[in-house]
Write a protein that binds this ligand. Structure first.
Ligand code: SF4
Ligand code: SF4
Length: 312
């Protein structure tokens, strides 16, 4: 069974659902989108992250490493991954937090204590808790426990998901969730597979099932020049979405940007290997028009701190 590691807890989140929220990020995702803003959320296992820019060469990490896995080089500390057991001692010893461990196991009680400390903000803003990732549905047993406990406390719940999961799991989770944020990454299955690693038939089916069963959701489209900004794709998406029996009809366009660059450097992974670009104003305007024609309400999410609703 998945351990359901958490790699981040974000308080005072204002773009992860209504009101002021606390967002919990589960580690592990069955997709590997090349634009992922949280690349440390893709592996379900704990990972070591190293920021050379924060390293002062104090070599405390080298002194404490029981495996002799670390070496100081002109480029900074280098880890021998064959030797490293991910014990985390180097991260604890690092005085500048240049080394961090991503992913921690929490009990449901521990997470509920963290969530419940924020209820004053939920009460004043009609906010709540958002379960994100990674992919929270990958850890559905842990997620269901948390949703049940939040339901008992009448805490509003949002699940931020790519919906790449068995339909039975989606429906089981949906029965305990107030609102979903559902990613629609590419409409053409081959393009979807090329950029995320999986085809999208199951995702489209699950979106339809959510709508047919009256569950509430917002569609979120990572909007990326050259991937899904062309007229044909937008029209296909608008046609698919406008035919759903879906009351809310709300779409967030998440504009591509290079926020994940630093995280890739810390993980030692490849950033933006396909040279992705932010969409142009003309592409944004086109999307806005096409979704309006399909009777939907599009908004633009530039970054985690700024959303502009387009109603003109
Ligand atoms: S995580 Fe543990 S084994 Fe790995 S480099 Fe750090 S101290 Fe050494
Ligand atoms: S589905 Fe989300 S978390 Fe998973 S790889 Fe794609 S962007 Fe990242």
């Amino acid at each position: 069974m998945s351990k359901g590691l958490i790699f981040d807890i974000k308080k005072y989140a204002i773009n992860d659902g209504p009101g002021i929220r606390i967002t919990l990020f589960f580690k592990g995702c069955p997709l590997s989108c090349i634009w992922c803003h949280n690349p440390e959320g893709i592996s379900e296992y704990q990972q070591k992250m190293y920021a050379a820019s924060k390293c002062i060469g104090a070599i405390k990490c080298i002194e404490v490493c029981p495996e002799g896995a670390l070496t100081l080089t002109p480029e900074g500390i280098v880890t021998d991954t064959e030797r490293c057991t991910l014990c985390g001692k180097c991260a604890l010893a690092c005085p500048t937090k240049a080394i961090e461990m991503s992913g921690r196991e929490y009990t449901t009680d521990e997470l509920m204590k963290i969530i419940e400390r924020e209820t004053i903000f939920f009460d004043h803003s009609e906010g709540g808790v958002t379960f994100s990732g990674g992919e929270p549905l990958m850890h559905h047993q842990k997620l269901l426990e948390l949703l049940d406990r939040c339901g008992q406390k009448q805490i509003h719940t949002v699940v931020d998901t790519a919906l790449f999961a068995k339909t039975e799991i989606v429906l089981e989770v949906a029965n305990q969730t107030n609102l979903f944020l559902v990613d629609l990454k590419a409409f053409d299955s081959e393009i979807h597979k090329r950029y995320t690693g999986v085809s999208n038939e199951l995702i489209l089916k699950n979106i339809t099932v959510l709508a047919d069963n009256g569950h509430d959701f917002i569609i979120r489209i990572p909007f990326i020049h050259g991937v899904n900004t062309d007229k044909e794709t937008l029209e296909k998406e608008a046609t698919f979405l406008s035919k759903l029996s879906w009351k809310r009809k709300e779409i967030n366009l998440l504009l591509y940007h290079d926020i994940a660059k630093g995280k890739h450097q810390k993980l030692g992974t490849n950033f933006n290997r396909e040279g992705l670009e932010t969409p142009s104003n003309a592409e944004i305007e086109l999307a806005k028009t096409i979704f309006f024609i399909g009777f939907m309400v599009p908004s633009i999410l530039y970054s985690s701190n700024s959303m502009q609703t387009l109603r003109s």
